[in-house]
Write a protein that binds this ligand. Structure first.
Ligand code: PHE
Length: 345
């Protein structure tokens, strides 16, 4: 390689922009460029020498041209890369600090209860708000003229006797009919009864628990309920009493009261001389097990049901049930919970 070519190649290599490269190209290969000038001198030479020199200069021209092109390609890619870097959008924009809303106290309570029972191996079972008499009443040992049916103001939907479920116990039936034991489920959702005052609304929420297995007895029921209520209210020695009661679908049945005081008109949970009813429970009636195709001589179980709204009101000191369902943004802002806080109990 001639010294001249080596110098030019170095010069080309050192160009740091397309503009500088273009300047070198014009200076070498342009109309009056150095190499173009050299080619112009050929005409004055005799034929033999012209061919020899012509070949040499053309090879030089070709080599310069190739190295210019190579450098141009390199600078172009870099220019693109630089452009892309300069234009990059930062997709790691941090989350905005302000919250966009709060969790309704019922949502919060549902999360708390679900996460507590999930740790004890319960899974959530879904039912539907619209039910038939079979699942809401008959299979639960509440036949047509049973007094328990008359005491509930049911919303019927049509002549086929479809209805809005009056309790989540209908989900017990749906689960037992489709799932072979052992069963451990929790069902949470809306229920409906035609009643309305400060502590009753036509739609409210219940949570239902059901455990079916071999050798299940009242002791399991008692410890499950006791541990849950103490945990939920955060009071280790929460006074509690299991009072004999009646439900057509459990035998024996009990209602559970927790200790409270109403001194000075303020309700305080966990101390005092008064009692507050909080849930219904019992051992699943053998007839109910049979209705669902489960042999009561092999399997037993317990069930419990409680009002979610009431549990929220008691824990968070909410005096009136009606605003729960009014969607007043000011009420929600005041009584709601940050969605960023963990609901784990
Ligand atoms: N279904 C009953 C009610 O609505 C509660 C309950 C559930 C009682 C399960 C016993 C067992 O009042």
């Amino acid at each position: 390689m001639s010294q001249a070519l080596q110098n030019w190649k170095e010069e080309i290599n050192q160009c740091d922009s397309l503009k500088a490269l273009e300047d070198v190209r014009v200076r070498l290969l342009g109309k009056s460029g150095e190499i173009t000038q050299m080619l112009k001198t050929l005409g004055a030479l005799d034929a033999e020498l012209r061919r020899e020199k012509g070949l040499e200069i053309n090879q030089l021209k070709e080599a310069v041209y190739l190295s210019l092109e190579e450098k141009r390609a390199h600078l172009t890619t870099h220019a693109l890369e630089d452009k892309l870097t300069a234009e990059a959008v930062d997709v790691t924009l941090s989350i905005r600090p302000e919250s966009i809303g709060t969790l309704h106290p019922i949502t919060r309570t549902i999360e708390e209860i679900t996460s507590y029972f999930a740790k004890a191996g319960f899974s959530v079972a879904e039912g539907s708000d619209i039910e038939d008499e079979e699942h809401n009443f008959n299979a639960l040992n509440i036949p047509e003229h049973h007094p328990a049916r008359q005491s509930i103001d049911t919303f019927y939907l049509n002549a086929e006797k479809m209805l809005l479920r009056t309790h989540t116990s209908s989900v017990q039936i749906r689960t037992m009919k489709t799932t072979p034991p052992p069963i451990r489920i929790l069902s949470l959702g809306r229920v409906y009864r035609s009643e309305s005052d400060a502590t009753h609304t036509p739609m409210f929420h219940q949570v239902e628990g059901l455990v079916i297995d071999k050798d299940i007895h009242m002791g399991h029921l008692k410890s499950t309920i006791t541990d849950f209520l103490r945990h939920y209210f955060g009071i280790a020695d929460l006074p509690m009493r299991f009072r004999p009661s009646f439900f057509p679908f459990t035998e024996p049945s009990a209602e559970v009261d927790i200790g409270c005081s109403r001194e000075g008109g303020a309700l305080k949970i966990g101390s005092g001389k008064d009692w507050l009813e909080i849930l219904g429970c019992g051992m699943v009636h053998p007839k109910v097990l049979t209705n669902c195709g489960i042999n009561p001589d092999i399997y037993q179980g317990f069930a419990f049901g409680m009002g979610l709204d009431r549990l929220s009101m008691l824990k968070y000191g909410l005096p009136d049930l009606r605003p729960f369902f009014e969607s007043d943004a000011r009420w929600l802002k005041h009584y709601g919970f940050s969605p960023y806080l963990s609901a784990g109990l």
